[in-house]
Design a protein around this ligand. Structure first.
Ligand SMILES: *Cc1c(COP(=O)(O)O)cnc(C)c1O
Length: 392
């Protein structure tokens, strides 16, 4: 089919929930993508932080193919090897005790919220179910995770929302203390707010927050759906903040492009969710788990050190271009935000870059770059050249 035909069918038959760019993607190689007509794009998006191994990564293809031949799905009423191995690796590398596998970020956060409320119910009984989240956060699109999201624009149309959330300003312990109370059971944060604009939390704030949570037996919940799986240069972002969450969620990059997510919980939360308490039909899918094992195999210390270097190279190079529309860059590893100067629109900049062959994302009022973690120097330079040519 041609790009034109694919766009027409999509517009007729798929619900119009996405403001799509007018580009049809057919295939990819490394960090480059191609339309059905063969036009090339350099990818600084990875889906949205999903395709950490890029496109056409041979070990990933081989593992998926082999697992699909053996067993594509079986219910969680039975045991399978890929999910068992993956669980062990994730627990050992994160220092957590056990894992629950789900399919998407919002769904994992739903489970995380259930875990926090059940933990508190077991210890303290009813009336201690409130979760504090941060303003400008993003936690998902379900009725509950919309409410957990600390942005008023998400609290529309779908009433009634789940009760039991209050919001504090990021990096402000006074704001947090102002909404604290006897009814609180947990605090939920992204260590780098992704959708909100690539805004890293301050180290001192995260340490103060962690100490307060420990003192009041509030669970420290970290949403690593976007920051996790090597994106920031460590397997999880909490590992470079020097704090230990009670539970965290991961999703986007975990299986390199197949749907998978999960919750990792520490010893304190072990066995809070018992048989019949939580479940999902597709969770721990063996093909997704086999793909995730390749991701874990690839993301060794040497690879993660490269992610840090590539992130620094991209940020320095972008700032060195001195483009009139861009201010400073921020972020961690290959999760990069760029401030957009007054008088310029991030949406318009994204459209122009995409027109010229470079896929980028926006977040908040700025730009957001989430390139495949395997991106090469040549591919980064190609993307930078498009930026320069388009935006001088
Ligand atoms: C993307 C994202 C989600 C939602 O994940 P879905 O897979 O779209 O449900 C939740 N939290 C954060 C931090 C995210 O970046």
């Amino acid at each position: 089919m041609t790009s034109e035909e694919i766009r027409a069918l999509t517009q007729q038959y798929i619900m119009p929930t996405y403001g799509r760019f007018p580009v049809v993607i057919d295939r990819g190689e490394g960090a480059r993508l191609y339309t059905p007509e063969g036009r090339e794009y350099v990818d600084f998006t990875s889906g949205i932080g999903v395709n950490d191994l890029g496109y056409g990564y041979q070990p990933w293809i081989d593992a998926i193919s082999a697992q699909a031949k053996k067993l594509g799905h079986i219910s969680n009423l039975f045991y399978t090897e890929p999910s068992a191995k993956l669980a062990e690796i994730l627990c050992k590398r994160s220092g957590m005790s056990d894992v629950f596998f789900a399919n998407g970020g919002g769904e994992a956060n739903e489970g995380l919220i259930k875990l926090a409320r059940k933990y508190s119910f077991d210890r303290y009984g009813k009336g201690r179910a409130t979760i504090i989240s941060l303003k400008n956060s993003f936690h998902g699109r379900t009725i509950t995770t919309l409410k957990a999201t600390g942005q008023e624009v998400f609290h529309n149309y779908f009433f009634p929302f789940t009760e039991g959330f209050r919001y504090a300003d990021a990096n402000d312990m006074d704001s947090l203390n102002a909404v604290a109370g006897e009814d609180v059971c947990a605090v939920l944060v992204e260590l780098v707010q992704g959708e909100g604009g690539v805004l890293p939390l301050d180290r001192e704030y995260v340490h103060a927050l962690s100490a307060l949570c420990a003192a009041r037996d509030w669970l420290l919940l970290v949403d690593e759906v976007q920051t996790g799986v090597g994106r920031t240069g460590t397997l999880f972002a909490f590992q470079q903040y020097g704090v230990t969450p009670d539970a965290l969620t991961f999703a986007k990059g975990i299986a390199g492009g197949l749907p998978m997510s999960g919750i990792l919980a520490n010893e304190k939360c072990r066995d809070v969710l018992g048989p019949g308490m939580h479940a999902t039909t597709f969770g721990a899918n063996p093909v997704s788990a086999a793909a995730a094992l390749v991701v874990q195999d690839t993301l060794n210390d040497e690879f993660l050190a490269e992610v840090v270097k590539k992130g620094a190279y991209l940020r320095e190079s972008i700032e060195a271009l001195g483009l009139p529309c861009f201010g400073a860059t921020r972020g961690l590893g290959l999760m990069i935000g760029i401030a957009v100067n007054d008088g310029y629109s991030n949406k318009e900049i994204a459209n122009r870059l995409i027109d010229n062959g470079l896929l980028v994302l926006t977040a908040g009022a700025g730009m957001r770059l989430l390139p495949p973690l395997v991106i090469t120097k040549e591919e980064m330079d190609k993307g930078l050249a498009i930026m320069k040519r388009t935006l001088v």
